[in-house]
Ligand binder design. Structure first.
Ligand code: PMP
Length: 399
C-alpha cells in the first residue's frame, strides 16, 4: 500500500480555507471579507507607491542573492527596532535590545514560543478571543496555551475588570501575549489608562509581556501612536519581547518581513539572547529572505520615503475607517433592530460584528459573503461598490 494511506483529509484552515472556497464560488457579486489583506476601493490588492519606488531603486543596485545571516539583515533590524521602540528609546540607545529578522510575524511568534519553551516556560497566556493562528503556533512550539478574558460579547467592548482579575491570577513569571494595537479579531484596544493598569499589575506579578505588533501605523494611521503601549511598558521597566509584522502596514504580505526583539538588562545580555535566538532559527529555516527586508530598510532609512510611507499607510487606515461609517449607516438606514455602534468604535482591519455562527453560514450560503465563523469581517475587503450589498445581506441574516 501507499505510505500515505492513513492520511485523512485535514479540515481547511479556518481563515485561508475561506479564500479557497471564495475562489471556487462563481457568483458574480461574491465578497471575500475573510483574510485580513488590504484592498483598494476597487477591491484590488494594493502596492504602496513608496514600495514601488524602493523596489525600482533596489533593482538598479544590481544586488546579489547571497544568503542573509541567520539573524537577517542588520540594517533592517536596526530600522525595525527604531520603528517600534522609537528613536529615543533608552534600551535601544544602550544597545540592550536583542533583535533578529524573522519570517514575518508568524515566524517570530513561533521562534519566540520555542525559545520560551526551551528556557522553562510551560504555558503562555493569550487573550480570549485572539488571532486564530496564535493557538496552534504556541501549541506546536511546545507550550500549553491558556486564555485570559478580554472581550464582553454582550456589550461589544473590552472586558477590562475580568482582564485585570485574570492577570492577577496568573502564576508569577508567566508570559502574557498582548496585541500591541488593533486587536485581532475584536478591534478593541485598552485605553492608555487601562494599559497603565495592565502594566502595573503585570509588574506586580513579574510577568513577561510579549507584544504582537502586526498593525503598527495601520490602526490609527500614526505609527508612533500605535506603538504607545509597547513604549509605555519599556518606560515602566518591563523586559518585554516584541514581534513585528510588516505585512499589513507596508503591504508586504507575501514577502514575509518581520522582526523579533527582546529587551535585556545589559548590552552583554542582549548579545547572549541573540545568540540563543539564532540557535533556534538555524535548524528551523536557516536564514530569512532578503527582498522584503531590503524594501523596508530602503524606506525607513530615508526620511522622505518614511513620510510617504506614513501618508500612504494613513490612506489605507482612512479608507477602512470610512467604510466602517458607511457600513454602519447602511445597516441603520435599512432599519436594523440591532445596534451596530461597535463597527465604528472598533479600530484596525476588522469588524467583530457579533453575528452568530449560523448567521455567518447564512451570509455565505445565501449571499456568497465569506467571513470567519466568529463573525469577524475584514473591513479591508469592504469597498464603495460592495458595502451596500454587504449591509443588505447582513440585515437579511440578522433581522
Ligand atoms: N499577529 C496578528 C494579530 C495577526 O493578525 C497576524 C496576521 N493576520 C499576524 C500576527 C501574522 O501575520 P504575518 O505572519 O503575515 O506577519
Amino acid at each position: 500500500g501507499s505510505p500515505w494511506e492513513k492520511f485523512t483529509m485535514a479540515p481547511p484552515d479556518p481563515i485561508i480555507g475561506l479564500t479557497e472556497a471564495y475562489l471556487k464560488d462563481d457568483f458574480p457579486d461574491k465578497v471575500n471579507v475573510g483574510v485580513g489583506a488590504y484592498r483598494d476601493d476597487s477591491g484590488k490588492p494594493f502596492v504602496l507607491p513608496v514600495v514601488r519606488d524602493a523596489e525600482r531603486e533596489i533593482n538598479l543596485e544590481n544586488l546579489d542573492h547571497e544568503y542573509s545571516g541567520i539573524a537577517g539583515c542588520p540594517s533592517f533590524v536596526d530600522h525595525a527596532l527604531k520603528f517600534v521602540y522609537g528613536e529615543n528609546s533608552a534600551p535601544l540607545k544602550e544597545k540592550r535590545i536583542a533583535g533578529v529578522q524573522t519570517l514575518s510575524g508568524t515566524g517570530g511568534l513561533r521562534v519566540f514560543g520555542e525559545v520560551l519553551n526551551r528556557f522553562g516556560h510551560k504555558h503562555i497566556y493569550v487573550p480570549n478571543p485572539t488571532w486564530g493562528n496564535h493557538i496552534p503556533i504556541f501549541t506546536n512550539a511546545g507550550l500549553e496555551v491558556r486564555k485570559y478574558r478580554y472581550y464582553d460579547n454582550e456589550s461589544c467592548s473590552l472586558d477590562f475588570s475580568n482582564l485585570i482579575d485574570d492577570i492577577k491570577a496568573m502564576p508569577e513569571g508567566s508570559c502574557i501575549l498582548l496585541h500591541a494595537c488593533a486587536h485581532n479579531p475584536t478591534g478593541m484596544d485598552p485605553t492608555l489608562e487601562q494599559w497603565k493598569e495592565i502594566s502595573n499589575v503585570a509588574m506586580e506579578k513579574n510577568l513577561l509581556p510579549f507584544f504582537d505588533s502586526a498593525y503598527q501605523g495601520f490602526a490609527s494611521g500614526d505609527a508612533r501612536k500605535d506603538a504607545a503601549a509597547v513604549r509605555m511598558f519599556v518606560e515602566d521597566g518591563h523586559k518585554i519581547a516584541v514581534v513585528q509584522s510588516f505585512s499589513k502596514n507596508f503591504g508586504l504580505y507575501g514577502q514575509r518581513v518581520g522582526a523579533l526583539s527582546v529587551v535585556a538588562d545589559t548590552a552583554d545580555e542582549s548579545q547572549r539572547v541573540v545568540s540563543q535566538l539564532k540557535v533556534h532559527i538555524r535548524p528551523n529555516y536557516s536564514n530569512p529572505p532578503r527582498h522584503g527586508a531590503r524594501i523596508v530598510s530602503k524606506i525607513l532609512a530615508c526620511p522622505e520615503k518614511t513620510n510617504d510611507f506614513v501618508d500612504q499607510c494613513m490612506g489605507m487606515a482612512n479608507r477602512i475607517d470610512g467604510m466602517r461609517t458607511t457600513l454602519r449607516k447602511a445597516l441603520e438606514d435599512l432599519g436594523s433592530s440591532r445596534s451596530w455602534d461597535h463597527i465604528t468604535k472598533q479600530i484596525g482591519m476588522f469588524a467583530y460584528s457579533g453575528m452568530s455562527k449560523d448567521e455567518v453560514i447564512a451570509l455565505r450560503e445565501k449571499h456568497h459573503i465569506y467571513c470567519t465563523l466568529d463573525g469577524r469581517i475584514s473591513m479591508a475587503g469592504v469597498t464603495s461598490n460592495n458595502v451596500e450589498y454587504i449591509a443588505r445581506a447582513i440585515y437579511d441574516v440578522t433581522d
